[in-house]
Design a protein around this ligand. Sequence first.
Ligand code: WTA
Length: 634
Amino acid sequence: MAEIILPPKDFKKKAVIQDETFYEQGQDIETFWAERAKMLKWDQKWDQVLMRDPPYYKWFLNGKINASVNCLDRWITPGDKDKIAYIWEGEMGEVRKYTYEELYTEVNKFSNVLKNLGVKKGDIVSIYMPVIPELPIAMLACARIGAPHSVVFAGFSAESLRDRMEDAESKFLITVDGYYRRGKVLKHKQKSDEAVDKLDVSKVVVVKRGGNDITMVPNRDYWWHDLMAEADEYCTPEEIDSEDLLFLMYTSGTTGKPKGVMHSTGGYLTGVLTTMKWVFDLRDDDIYWCTADIGWITGHSYMVYGPLVAHSTSILYEGSPDYPSPARWWEIIEKYKVTILYTAPTAIRMFMRWGAQWLEKHNLKSLRLLGSVGEPINPEAWLWYYRHVGNNACPIVDTWWMTETGMQMITPLPGILPLKPGSATRPFPGVAVEIRGPSGALPPGEKGDLVITQPWPSMLRGLYKAPEKYKEEYWGKYGPEAFFTGDGAIMDQDNYLWLLGRIGDVLNVAGHRLGTAEVESALVDYPLVTEAAVVGIPDEIKGQVPFAYVSLAAGVEPSDDLKDKLMKHVSKIIGPTARPKDILFSDDLPKTRSGKIMRRVLRNLATKEEIGDITTLSNPEIVQVIRERLDKKA
Ligand code: WTA
């Protein structure tokens, strides 16, 4: 039996959500979600809550709603406008604070900048920036004028940015000159240029952050501060339909190239606002800190849209958790009296390794709720987080969700549910899930695929320009009314869910999704490589890391130097997270008679598990050869 942790009495008594009947009410999804949608400011009310045309679903049809109005204009009242929206801390210690009114003015101005540059409703604007205030400002300005944004994580390579801009046919880019990481300035504009120079991009706006030397291309590149200095202070928000695209977020799936997950406006805001308030037990005086990067879905939903639409105060931190020392996060919590901390298991495991002494010197008593997201959290890390960060007094909300769901889907309501370390507990009210196997729903205790059996308002609306892929990837395995998540899970006797990680060809490296096919395609992109197979292997800190098998062209000798070059190549093409932990060279790879590489065999070889049946291999002898080579390495 897993340990059970009850919500602290005082917490329970004051909790924002104490009414257990919400779970029942949530079974009528239309009434439940329509009720929640009323918390938003609609310019025109919807005339139908949900339209089902499986696998396509629409929410709040014909409703009109502008996301930037809901995040900002709404709060421009005498009582609300002076509340701090963001406290931003740069890695070097600079601090900038924005009230709702100040943020509103900046967003209005930048909306005018975008319009003056020729951005029209429906144009996709790419954003490639670290966590600085100009990033949410740019996103909200896009939302204000109805131009969907596509934010690309700043740590991604130039190639990744180029692929995404090309796929989105995006003609506009917002970027920075450089930014700080562990005290050094990274040359970001140079990376942006590498991507943009080969594309038909009309305008690039550059924020001055690093102060490093850069090249500005006349009539294409403009400084943010120059344009802002001349911009008008008010921009009339566009009329936006509930189903209009708010943003694209590229994420890894089973193919070599990431796909643009489409999120629309009304349903998305309904989902993120409800979870923001209910899951984080949000109160007016909370100081909330999500440590993610805005470049991921977690940042979109729970650093920008969720917190602002809920009128809360959030911390944004630009830099590394260990700069200048592993105490940085705890200093931030103490300094700003953070009450809610939302982070990832990888970070927690890293802090465990650095040791509790880095926390002990700091007063973390302001904390009252902790959250986890991005990967399964192992009970050991959960308990460490509970004890050392939460001082045995803060409930932990382990929130399961994904880019495609837009909002948290499986998570405790902290004032109601007893917690079990390592379990994300139950679906949020209004969310329906099942554990499925080939013959249907599985009973408690059996491992299977996690599927979502009812539509939810913040669900993806499609994959950009890839309708077939959308149907195949999510609605192929169990039909158009059951969303296949790609995660394995098990339900226990108390109907608590235990997530088991990704099934198949997508890895989760330190909370970042990565397709094995993406890494393979980066490897074969290298001239001397003929074939590559990538599998995920467990890693103590990062959860999973890629391990690669590579075949070289005839006559090419394997060497450490070549291995090193291949690793660097993968980093360059995708980004450092994709760098394989190790590479094994092999003249041949285990294949079926139809020529398909058997990744299962390669994975089990790498992790030293039972190989299982290999009778369908055309070259079974290679298994032994690879095994010996791996043993020699170890
Ligand atoms: C994994 C991140 C277990 C899962 C929000 C999912 C989790 C993938 C959890 C989505 C959790 C996320 N417990 N696994 N609490 N949260 N995951 O799209 O495998 O970057 O499919 O969205 O992360 O990653 P994505």
